[in-house]
Design a protein around this ligand. Structure first.
Ligand code: TRP
Length: 321
């Protein structure tokens, strides 16, 4: 693959993204209920903090998922067609796909789809070294938009992979739409592996998103830092605090940044007023039961062919009807 082309492309996209960042932030802060889009968490510092979140003791999600992929790897990959292409949506790091490549010889190609060309460039070199027989065909794009799979894999059976319970960061109706979209991208006869975090007691959930070391708090607050830096903002970080709460009625963990006092903040030449205690809603992480997730999958063109859980987290194998 062409590393140079990836670098150029990602630079062009960066400048286009900048103007969306400003528009989205201004719109989010101007609303009656303030919010900011979670996709902007992942600048360089945010991505590094997220890596650390996956290692804090309270955040069981990553450990559970890796444990399930390792323990049930043979059963999971046993459901995949021989010589298939694994298409990973939002391939933040290929760590989890690697577990599948290491378990099974029936995966012939890997298509990491990620908006960050930088990441793809770094990771692929190592991946090729570790799995020399794997055809690696990165696609740089936002996987929620329409895009074409690389031509070189169109003759192979396709398997989508969407780990990390990222599906939970969407509204349930959007999650259904995304599952349909994956079906369209992957095409006839596809298989889909999805990681989904499960509903559980409030204490476990709330602390997974509010660790004692305060890494998640820093991750959340980093969004304000990014706004200060990139959009000429003047948020004082000490005047906002991280709040994670489990909303049992909606089965979601909500992340907020709460204003500690009445204050004014300037961003991109505009002024926004905050009351004491007013929040900026930054993220939701919806939790499912095996059944509520399978219902959504079923309503959006996918039948369940397998599901594995450690009691905290689940991995589902679906086939396109
Ligand atoms: N998909 C992850 C999750 O919902 C994302 C995540 C983990 C996250 N911790 C976070 C998002 C903290 C925002 C804040 O578990």
């Amino acid at each position: 693959m062409d590393v140079q082309a990836i670098a150029q492309r990602s630079q062009q996209e960066t400048s286009r993204d900048d103007c969306w960042f400003e528009r989205d932030v201004v719109a989010g802060l101007a609303g009656k209920v303030k919010s900011l889009p979670a996709k902007y968490f992942y600048d360089v510092a945010g991505s590094a903090l997220f890596e650390r979140i996956t290692e804090v003791p309270e955040y069981y999600v990553t450990r559970s998922e890796i444990g399930i992929l390792q323990s049930y790897g043979l059963a999971i990959t046993g459901l995949l067609p021989a010589g298939c292409a694994l298409v990973e949506f939002g391939a933040g790091s290929s760590r989890k796909s690697r577990i599948l490549f290491g378990t099974a010889a029936n995966i012939a190609a890997y298509v990491p789809v990620d908006i960050s060309g930088d990441f793809l460039r770094k990771d692929i070199v190592h991946l090729q070294k570790d799995f020399p027989h794997l055809g690696v065909h990165p696609v740089i794009c936002d996987f929620t938009t329409e895009f074409d799979l690389p031509e070189s894999i169109l003759s192979l059976p396709r398997v989508g992979f969407f780990p990390g319970s990222t599906i939970g960061n969407l509204e349930p109706s959007e999650a259904g739409g995304l599952l349909q979209h994956f079906g369209e991208v992957l095409g006839e006869g596809a298989t889909l592996l999805v990681g989904v975090d499960l509903v559980k007691d409030e204490r476990t959930l709330a602390s997974a998103y509010d660790d004692a070391e305060r890494v998640t708090a820093r991750f959340n607050l980093n969004l304000l830092k990014r706004i200060n830096r990139e959009l000429d903002g003047n948020f004082v970080l000490g005047r906002f605090r991280h709040l994670a709460l489990y909303n049992a009625e909606l089965a979601r963990v909500e992340m907020h940044l709460v204003s500690e006092c009445r204050q004014e903040v300037r961003v991109a030449g505009r002024v926004f007023q905050f009351d004491a205690g007013e929040s900026i809603h930054t993220e939701n992480s919806y939790k499912y039961t095996l059944e509520t997730f399978q219902d959504i999958a079923g309503e959006n063109g996918w039948s369940t062919i397998g599901a594995w859980t450690d009691g905290l987290y689940s991995v589902h194998a679906l086939t396109r009807r």
